[in-house]
Design a protein around this ligand. Structure first.
Ligand code: GAL
Length: 546
């Protein structure tokens, strides 16, 4: 027995080491990949609390439809147009579902001659622009998808490094919702270059400021170049540990060319941010062969008339810091290009604790891996999301992923509960089913178009429900609504029909629910305190005075 275990252990070690060596050859650190899947990364940068993303139309949770959950990579313009028609004919558009979101695989593997993304040349032959016009002519809005990497999850061209071009393309097409995934992401290096001087060309004047004139802080330090005594360079600017400030006096407000003069070291990529006034400029220094020891890297920056303080630093310690900077870069590109009209959905599956930063960079952020129409998994995502209520509010929402109502083998009660929980949690309501089949799927249509449930979800206070009481069978949720109104959801987690006595015990005193005019949303029947309610397996009741 032990012999076999030992053999399996040795085989596993061999497989792991070979895989590690193979990955290393590809320039990827195998241990980092494993670490990334086991541990969530945490942001070390200081994101000021209350500074929310200033773009998007998400004062209430966004509502719409996305192609991914049902159609995956099999989408084309006919399907999208039929879906848009179905949204209108079923009354779902009037109920609030406005976005028609094309998820992965809408685009060609070929950027056009100007480096712009374009629709799949066969499946979206008329072009995304034309499709977008058709969708918008029906009173709907179009959403698109890309990844914060060099490819999407389905290995098509993505937007990392192309943020401004792609944001401008989306705006030209009238896109109003944008989902940004995390596949093929490349972490920003934490290392910073060694700076020996900066040169600023302003008009015809060139000002050279050597390293020893900079003001250093944190761990940043000045080292003498041993080969050239009297010449210095600044080190230890990486990993958020230090910064160097170069003062520059300008005669006018202007755009300057800044050259960063560096001393080359190490065969790895480096990164530095230049901050002047409230603007940030990024510089990537490639891996070097070190043929020569000096390097010159250039960017353009704006200076103001008078004294400017150019701060050089690299704030990236963790993958979360890197993700934050990259999501922010895209968010700002979208905001500027669209004048704040594009709703921005961040999708990094909760890997980098987005609760700590995503409200600053976008309107909604995924908190988990992909949803599937499986009750255990949906219940698990719900439990994860319940803990994050304090981070949600108008303009910035936790996203427990798109709806699976009507998909797979979920029972009627599971579909109803899934929808109710998402409404109670003020979650975005992005449908994921085939809307063209809705006339046959009466139950699904009834669930997703329940006006009261939608009103609870869309309540302007934007309160994500709290779980105020739980036992092995039931979860009790409370959602505060505008004008002192409220909604309570009692969810039967068990696999059997159960009966519960309805009362307000356990509701926190600050909510002070009013016991008059109560009714249950799904049955539309009046309810009184102390009524006995029977709830089917995995079912729920929603009681409100709305
Ligand atoms: C996943 C994402 C899904 C879907 C898919 C497309 O990363 O979580 O919602 O967008 O990529 O490839």
């Amino acid at each position: 027995m032990y012999k076999y275990l030992l053999l399996i252990f040795i085989i596993l070690i061999i497989v792991f080491v070979s895989w590690g060596l193979f990955k290393r050859k590809q320039g990827v650190c195998p241990f980092c990949i494993i670490k990334q899947f086991i541990f969530r990364s945490k942001i070390t940068m200081n994101i000021p609390k209350g500074e929310f993303y200033q773009g998007g139309d998400a004062k209430t949770p966004p509502m719409g439809w996305s192609s991914w959950n049902t159609f995956r990579n099999h989408i084309d313009e006919k399907l999208i147009e039929e879906t848009a028609d179905a949204l209108v004919s079923t009354g779902l558009a009037d109920a609030g579902y406005k976005y028609v979101n094309l998820d992965d695989c809408w685009h060609s593997s070929l950027r056009d001659e100007n480096g712009r993304l374009q629709g799949d040349l066969v499946r979206f032959a008329s072009g995304i622009d034309t499709l977008s016009s058709k969708i918008r002519s029906k009173g709907l809005k179009i959403g698109l998808y890309s990844s914060n990497g060099d490819f999407t999850c389905e290995d098509l061209p993505a937007s990392l490094g192309n943020e401004k071009t792609d944001a401008a393309t989306f705006v030209d097409w009238g896109v109003e919702y944008f989902k940004y995934d995390f596949c093929h992401n490349i972490k920003i290096p934490s290392a910073a270059p060694l700076i020996s001087a900066i040169e600023i060309k302003n008009g015809d004047n060139v000002t050279v400021i050597p390293a020893d004139k900079a003001k250093l802080s944190g761990l940043a330090k000045l080292d003498e170049n041993k080969k050239f005594p009297g010449k210095y360079y600044i080190s230890l600017l990486g990993h958020g540990k230090g910064s160097a400030v170069f003062e520059y006096e300008s005669d006018s407000d202007s755009e300057c060319d800044v050259t960063l003069c560096i001393r080359k070291t190490g065969r790895f990529e480096k990164y530095i941010v230049i901050q002047n006034n409230s603007e940030y400029y990024e510089l990537f220094i490639p891996c070097t062969k070190i043929w020569t020891v000096d390097g010159r890297y250039q960017t353009k920056i704006n200076v103001k008339k008078g004294k400017n303080e150019l701060r050089f630093f690299n704030p990236v310690c963790t993958r979360a810091d890197s993700a934050y900077i990259q999501y922010k870069r895209m968010g700002e590109a979208l905001r500027k290009a669209s004048d704040g009209k594009i709703t921005y959905s961040i999708c990094e599956w909760g890997r980098n604790k987005p609760k700590d930063w995503a409200w600053n960079t976008g309107n909604l952020w995924r908190i988990s891996g992909d949803i599937i129409p499986n009750w255990r998994w949906i219940n698990h995502i719900y439990n994860m999301n319940l803990k994050l209520g304090e981070f949600a509010g108008p303009g910035h929402w936790n996203d427990p992923d798109m709806l699976e109502v009507g998909n797979g083998k979920l029972t009627y009660d599971e579909n109803k509960t899934h929808f109710s929980l998402w409404c109670m949690m003020a979650s975005p309501l992005i449908l994921g089913n085939d809307l063209r089949k809705l006339p046959d799927e009466k139950n699904t249509l009834e669930i997703i178009s329940n006006k009261k449930m939608i009103a609870i979800n869309q309540d302007k206070l934007g309160h994500q429900c709290i779980r105020y009481k739980k036992n092995l069978t039931f979860d009790y949720l409370f959602k505060k609504l505008e004008n002192g109104k409220f909604a309570i959801c009692i969810y039967n987690k068990s696999a059997k029909k159960k009966t519960v006595d309805f009362d307000f015990s356990g509701v926190p005193a600050e909510f002070k629910p009013d016991a008059t005019n109560l009714y249950e949303v799904w049955s539309n029947k009046a309810i009184r305190v102390n009524d006995k309610i029977t709830i089917d397996a995995h079912g729920c009741v929603v009681i409100t005075d709305l």
